[in-house]
Design a protein around this ligand. Structure first.
Ligand code: GLU
Ligand code: ZN
Length: 506
């Protein structure tokens, strides 16, 4: 069967040895888009053979994160509450040990692999010597040609054998869909590599290929960090007489300084982005742009629009810089596209978190949150910024720094005088109707009469009413705060300012 005749089957194969990483999310998205675009099948396989580093908590973080992103798979393992799907399972490598043992035995019988009796100390000595001689580490091959008698002697010593794959000589070449023609000499592979450890544990290159074969994977779409592993994989496919999938290695994701994205320098866990209030639409949209572009000016795409446009052939090979500012911008764009009732749903947990943390004194009801939507939707880069933006509405008292009540061009006496006058104006207006466009004109008149810059007057009122210098539009904010509470807060602010030089209160 030629490559193109194979049904399209792709997979994501995360190892649950850490929380869902931005890079894994991007690989998942690109596999998903390719599968949906081509009508292929998308598989999730858990590569959990490293028992010491794998954990159920990480597995859950990865699966929850992918669900949250809306990247659904057609075949995959059973996970809390969901049965396994697909005919090629189990989809957890820890449950596939008998198959690895069987394939390893086949490679051994065909002499494509051999037992290696070297101890950890012996291998370490080889490594140290290579380092001292400034050579790249490489297995010497000292067990490659042992006679049956020599093997028996090692066994009699009680040495356990690892299984090494014979790499052989020559150049491994393949055509990567993204990177084009790639050639890597087998001498760059570090010698014959271990596929099964002495304790019987099968290792990554081997299990990865055995499963790609068993699951009939047609295209391997993964990060460029695996490019150098691909020759080993191809040699294994060949040794097992199986068709070689097509490879597509996605560009590295880079820190702004163009070093490889790392958790030391960047936030890499998807869960942290979720916790800060990035929304799935924006994150999916942004992940797609890490290596792919539509070829038009457009940059805002739903998942379905991405499925329509995505093309693996147009993914770039140059590293993709992760630009948090652009992500925040996209997030803001997406937040304003969310229908208001839905936005209420998404904001609620963030307000609840503010309440739990004691940053607000009461949890607003849904109607109240709903009424804020027009005021906040254009001003939220992150859902998590909601507390900073409007938390003062749900605090019993705001803390006031008297200095911040005084605009730059003013002194404290002017601020006190202005707040008193503004209070009188607002009290007057509010007795009739407390609406934003009723409050603004008389305050502007007041500023004009007194020769104050309206901006200074409004800033003093803003700080008095909210405790902060940046808020949604002032008059909407005062209305949201309510008549009584606005007056109360103005009174408190006036009281906080030194009385000297100020006119007597009425
Ligand atoms: N478990 C590997 C990883 O998470 C899978 C690599 C692959 O997609 O082949 O990096
Ligand atoms: Zn050896």
């Amino acid at each position: 069967m030629t490559k193109s005749e194979r049904p399209i089957r792709v997979r994501i194969a995360p190892s649950p040895t850490g929380p869902l990483h931005i890079g894994t999310a991007r690989s998942t998205l690109f596999n998903y888009l390719f599968a949906r675009r081509t009508g292929g099948t998308f598989i999730l396989r858990l590569e959990d053979t490293d028992a010491a580093r794998s954990s159920i908590a990480y597995e859950k973080d990865i699966l929850d994160g992918l669900h949250w992103l809306g990247l659904t798979w057609d075949e995959g393992p059973e996970v809390a509450g969901e049965a396994a799907r697909g005919l090629f399972g189990p989809y957890r490598q820890s449950q596939r040990m008998p198959r690895y043992a069987e394939v390893a035995a086949r490679l051994l019988a065909a002499d494509r692999a051999y037992p290696c009796y070297c101890t950890a100390e012996e291998l370490e000595a080889e490594r140290a010597q290579a380092e001292a001689e400034h050579r790249p580490p490489r297995y010497s091959g000292r067990c490659a040609n042992l006679t049956p008698a020599e093997r028996a002697a090692f066994q009699a010593e009680g040495r356990a054998a690892a299984l090494r794959f014979r790499v052989g000589e020559g150049i491994v070449a393949f055509d990567d869909i993204i990177r084009g023609h790639v050639e890597i000499g087998t001498d760059a592979l570090g010698g014959d590599f271990v596929i099964v450890r002495a304790d019987g544990g099968p290792l990554f290159h081997f299990t990865n290929v055995v499963d790609d074969i068993a699951m009939k994977i047609s295209h391997v779409i993964r990060g460029e960090d695996h490019l150098s592993n691909t020759p080993k994989h191809i040699l294994l496919f060949r040794a097992l007489g199986e068709p070689i999938p097509q490879f597509a290695h996605l560009p590295l994701i880079l820190n702004p300084d163009r070093t490889k994205m790392s958790k030391r320098r960047s936030q890499t866990a998807v869960g942290d982005y979720i916790a800060q209030g990035f929304i799935r639409e924006a994150l999916v949209n942004y992940l797609a742009l890490l290596g792919w572009a539509s070829g038009t000016e457009e940059e805002i795409f739903t998942l379905d629009e991405l499925v329509e446009r995505f093309d693996l052939e147009t993914v770039h090979k140059a590293g993709a810089v992760f630009d948090r500012e652009r992500l925040e911008w996209l997030n803001g764009q997406w937040i304003r596209r969310i229908p208001p009732d839905e936005l209420v749903e998404r904001l609620r947990p963030f307000l609840e978190a503010e309440a739990v943390a004691g940053r607000i004194d009461r949890m607003p009801g849904d109607d109240e949150i709903r009424s804020l939507v027009p005021m906040v939707r254009e001003r939220l880069p992150l859902l998590g910024a909601i507390g900073d933006l409007v938390g003062f509405l749900f605090q019993d008292e705001v803390s006031l720094d008297p200095a911040s009540l005084v605009p730059k061009r003013w002194d404290a006496a002017t601020a006190a005088e202005a707040l008193r006058a503004a209070r009188a104006v607002i009290a007057d207006v509010g007795r009739v109707s407390y609406e934003a466009d009723e409050i603004e004109p008389p305050l502007r008149r007041l500023a004009e009469e007194r020769g104050w810059k309206p901006g200074d007057l409004f800033m003093a009122i803003r700080v008095a009413a909210t405790g902060r210098t940046a808020t949604p539009p002032l008059f909407d904010t005062l209305v949201a705060l309510g008549y009584e509470r606005t007056l109360h807060r103005l009174d408190r602010a006036i009281a906080a300012l030194p009385a000297q030089g100020a006119a007597a209160t009425a």
